[in-house]
Design a protein around this ligand. Structure first.
Ligand code: COS
Length: 373
């Protein structure tokens, strides 16, 4: 049912406008409203908070379908999930009661504020601060490249509450659109996923109520790591949907394009490229589905499989979309065909939510621990 619903949205709402959204750098507000009406935002929210109570597996299925249409649109969905995961992981029952139903209905969207100018791969380098003043927290700092920035209503912000403790002095706060001292920077002009919106979040003496702290003070870094462990399979599934769409385009074109009096798919050189695309895609899909099922069954043991599937599926998507452009040749390089956008969109998958080099570090560290035990 989830796949059919997401597939219909992709076919009816996303594919017809994706080139225009890309060209105009336009946020897909009305498509998100369509997704909300189709109940897609509640997939991963527990039933007690108005959602479907689905897990990682159901979420990756939905994202894969949306990514077949446009990774920019699918990223806005994935980034909202990323933004609310800290509340799901570490929020109090009252905080969950307040925010999760609004996400489940799609009435509000979320965003995750971790990255800063000096805190990218080194997530512990956050310089934004939060100081308790009476019964309010006062936040100061600037978050960079925040997906859904300026479009979401709910932001989970990582800030340092105890500078002496390094990573152990980080905490997470919910900041809402309209909070005093909270504003947005300019919209970034990106190579790909141009339908998604990327902005700075600026906090200048931003005052929020004391109960907006997510979990305990100092628990922020571990919650950040758990949040990213939870969200990375979603990025992997964007790679699967994107690669499937690129393969579909490449095979369709290769069957139609005639050179030397034959459709080019009859040439072994072309067939081998398509075969490798299909083999890598199926391997990636099996890994992502396997990882998602493992995470749902063993939520305390997700780091390694989460990073593994993110690396494999997104490196694969970069290769498959590049090969799709090659199959279409000069046509593939032109904007009349969708594969050049697919290749541009693929690149960010290897970078955001942790570069693929960082993912390999995580896998390596997990192996180190496993074999020492
Ligand atoms: N789950 C739970 N706890 C975790 C964890 C995980 N997946 N990973 C690390 N931790 C804990 C560690 O156990 C450690 O706890 P102690 O202080 O009690 O020992 C603490 O967190 C610090 O861990 P570590 O020393 O491994 O942290 P590092 O500073 O070396 O950073 C990496 C580790 C590089 C993996 C982390 O900074 C990272 O993921 N970076 C990429 C960030 C990213 O994805 N940015 C893009 C954001 S786009 S939203």
């Amino acid at each position: 049912m989830i796949v059919e619903t997401a597939r219909e949205i992709t076919r009816e709402k996303i594919i017809p406008v994706r080139a225009e959204l890309d060209e105009k750098n336009e946020f897909p507000r009305s498509i998100l409203q369509d997704m909300a009406r189709a109940d897609l935002f509640g997939i991963f929210i527990p039933e007690e908070y108005g959602g479907f109570g689905g897990g990682c597996f159901e979420t990756v299925l939905a994202l894969e379908e949306l990514a077949k249409g446009c990774v920019g649109v699918a990223t806005t969905y994935a980034a909202s999930a990323l933004g609310i995961f800290p509340v799901m992981i570490a929020g109090s029952p009252e905080m969950k009661e307040k925010y999760l139903p609004q996400i489940a209905t799609g009435e509000k969207w979320a965003a995750f504020g971790l990255t800063e100018a000096n805190a990218g791969s080194d997530a512990s380098g956050v310089q934004t601060t939060a100081v308790l003043d009476g019964d309010e927290w006062v936040l100061n700092g600037t978050k960079q490249w925040i997906t859904n920035g300026g479009e979401s209503q709910i932001y989970t912000i990582v800030a340092i509450t105890d500078p002496a403790k390094g990573a152990r002095g980080a905490s997470i706060f919910v900041v809402e659109d309209g909070d005093p001292g909270f504003s947005y920077g300019k919209k970034e002009d990106k190579m790909g996923i141009r339908a998604s919106c990327t902005r700075e979040l600026i906090m200048k003496d931003c005052r929020i109520p004391g109960d907006r702290l997510v979990g305990r003070p100092g628990s922020g870094f571990v919650t950040v790591m758990k949040t990213l462990d939870s969200s990375r399979p979603g990025i992997a599934s964007l790679g699967i949907g994107l690669a499937q769409a690129a393969l579909d385009e490449a095979v369709t074109y290769a069957k139609q394009r005639v050179q030397f009096n034959k459709p080019i798919i009859s040439f072994q050189a072309v067939q081998h490229i398509l075969a490798d695309m299909a083999i890598q895609l199926e391997a990636g899909r099996a890994l992502v589905y396997g990882a998602a099922r493992h995470i749902d069954a063993h939520p305390r043991d997700m780091s390694k499989v989460s990073s593994m599937c993110k690396v494999f599926a997104t490196d694969m998507a970069m290769k498959v979309t590049t090969d799709a452009v090659q199959i279409l040749g000069g046509y593939g390089y032109m904007k009349e065909y969708p594969v050049e956008k697919m290749m541009r969109d693929a690149k960010i998958l290897q970078i955001y939510e942790g570069t693929n080099q960082i993912q390999r570090n995580v896998v390596g560290q997990c192996l180190n621990k496993e074999y020492a035990a």
